[in-house]
Design a protein around this ligand. Structure first.
Ligand code: FES
Length: 108
């Protein structure tokens, strides 16, 4: 620390850079994938069999509403997994269902 910096200066949090559906997804280090998606304004990123939008609900790994595909592995709980540099996150449907939603549908 130089003499010009305040003693109680807090270092800027490091950022993690990943991708969601090929688009940049960025958050502070330690943020979950769900927190990163919410931070980017996404409220839902998958649908139920009935086509209802789902995203973050419980936030503690219980409800499985937040499922995503991470680095090719489907069925990952976005609320339980920290975002990592280079991570590839994709939407996922229910097993056997290839449907996905876009943000316009999710906002309805
Ligand atoms: S939000 Fe409930 S398991 Fe992730």
């Amino acid at each position: 620390m130089s003499s010009s910096e305040p003693r109680d200066a807090v270092p800027a949090p490091s950022r993690v850079r990943a991708a969601f559906e090929g688009e940049p997804l960025e958050a502070e280090a330690g943020a979950s994938v769900a927190a990163a998606l919410i931070g980017e304004g996404r409220q839902a990123w998958r649908t139920t069999r009935e086509g209802r939008p789902r995203g973050l609900f419980c936030g503690i790994g219980v409800c499985y509403d937040c499922l995503v595909e991470i680095d090719g592995e489907s069925g990952q709980r976005a609320c339980m997994i920290p975002l990592r540099d280079g991570m590839e996150v994709r939407r996922t449907g229910v097993p056997g269902d290839a449907r996905t939603i876009d943000d316009e549908e999710a906002s309805r």
